[in-house]
Design a protein around this ligand. Structure first.
Ligand code: GMT
Length: 384
């Protein structure tokens, strides 16, 4: 198949999933054209069957607002014509589902006016905040719901997000749940003793806690710091925060206020995530919302016990007390309690990490999930 994969380039789960899906589909013999403002995070160049199509938004002094939707629509239509796309797969509904719909309308219209263009089928994958935060905002709600309804196929990354989309937007369209995935050969514990010693020197530190996010309010990194503060009262632990985003400076200030700078490190965005996860003893994810929680899945694959909030799709991947811990989002003391337990009880830790890695390998590897996307493509092509 010829597939146009539309995604955001910034660090974020939807861009990661789209890019990994593009790589996996190219490996399976499809031609995939990734359409974005720049090569996305995790993009690997020089892969056979994979190409990148940049969305150019020309500046014009009269506009204070960049016209990304128009430029994206135009790019999708151009790529669809040039490469005879079968499928346009929009990751994150806002505004990608709308751009895919507009491009479809443009191409269908030109076909009707006598040209031999067959318009590609559109598939939209809902990732989370495109529904829960942005898409259901009254400023966007109607057009987002309309664009999702007009997609030929719709998928969501968890059962919780599917239910949330129906509730928030009143979507009638059949929504297929296809969970996120990872490369299980890549995501496995690879312990680097030098990195461990650098982050948690054996003479000063007994446990290493990690958090990975894009430091937006929904991630509640301040709560992660509060949980760590409580853990640190009982365990000689250190905390490494990976990633970057709008809240980072505030959280760094908070760590200084709490006089924790010697035990808390902010290391920014990291490409070699497996190495950083593999030296950790615990992963904290106290998000307010998390439609799936790809970061938690990556930690589980690297045998790091996760303590997270019981929101969105997290309870679908973490079975409380078996493959990790999920707690009410405001239960800071309970999260700390679970953290201390897993950091101080080696048998508990071994059983959690073993069960978590098993679940990842039996349910969330690329080879198990990518065929589900191929089936979704074939379904919409079959119904055209
Ligand atoms: O809002 C974000 O955190 C970014 C968003 C994205 O577009 O990358 O993440 C969402 O999609 C990820 C990939 O499907 C999920 O793993 C995240 O749980 C989801 N984030 C939220 O629901 C907050």
């Amino acid at each position: 198949m010829n597939i146009g994969m539309v995604c955001y380039a910034s660090v974020g789960g939807s861009g990661v999933v789209a890019t990994e899906l593009a790589h996996a589909l190219a490996d399976r013999g499809h031609r995939v054209h990734v359409i974005s403002s720049e090569p996305p995070f995790r993009w690997r160049s020089g892969v056979a069957g994979l190409s990148f199509e940049r969305v150019e938004v020309p500046p014009y002094p009269l506009f204070r607002e960049p016209q990304y939707l128009l430029a994206l629509t135009n790019t999708i239509a151009r790529v669809a014509e040039e490469h005879r796309l079968d499928i346009v797969h929009a990751h994150y509904a806002v505004p990608h589902a709308t751009a895919a719909y507009l491009a479809d309308q443009m191409l269908t219209t030109s076909a009707v006016s006598g040209r031999t263009i067959v318009s590609p089928r559109t598939v939209t994958t809902l990732h989370g905040t495109d529904i829960t935060l942005v898409g259901s905002d009254p400023s966007y709600r109607r057009v987002v719901a309309f664009s999702i309804e007009r997609s030929h196929g719709v998928t969501a990354v968890s059962r919780s997000l599917k239910a949330g989309t129906i509730a928030a937007l009143g979507i009638q369209h059949d929504i297929r749940v296809i969970p996120n995935f990872l490369d299980c050969a890549e995501y496995r514990r690879r312990f680097d003793p030098a990195l461990r010693e650098q982050l948690c020197p054996v003479n000063h530190c007994d446990a290493l806690v990690v958090h990975v996010s894009n430091f937006r309010p929904v991630k509640r990194v301040d709560v992660a710091l509060e949980v760590f503060r409580r853990i640190r009262r009982r365990v000689r632990a250190r905390f490494v925060l990976i990633g970057d985003g709008p809240e980072r400076a505030d959280i760094e200030r908070l760590a200084a206020e709490y006089e924790m700078t010697s035990d808390v490190r902010f290391v920014g965005e990291r490409q070699d995530l497996v190495a950083w996860l593999s030296v950790a003893d615990m992963f904290l994810l106290p998000s307010a919302q998390e439609s799936f929680g790809l970061a938690a899945l990556e930690a589980m694959a690297c045998e790091v016990p996760v303590v997270a909030s019981n929101v969105g799709g997290l309870p679908e991947i973490i079975e409380d007390g078996v493959t990790g811990f999920v707690c009410p989002p405001d239960a800071v003391d309970l999260m700390a309690e679970r953290g201390v337990a897993v950091l101080t009880d080696p048998a508990l830790r071994a059983s959690i990490t073993h069960a978590a890695a098993q679940v990842v390998r039996s349910r969330y590897c690329t080879d198990l999930i990518v065929p589900q996307y191929e089936a979704a493509y074939l379904d919409v092509l079959g119904s055209s």
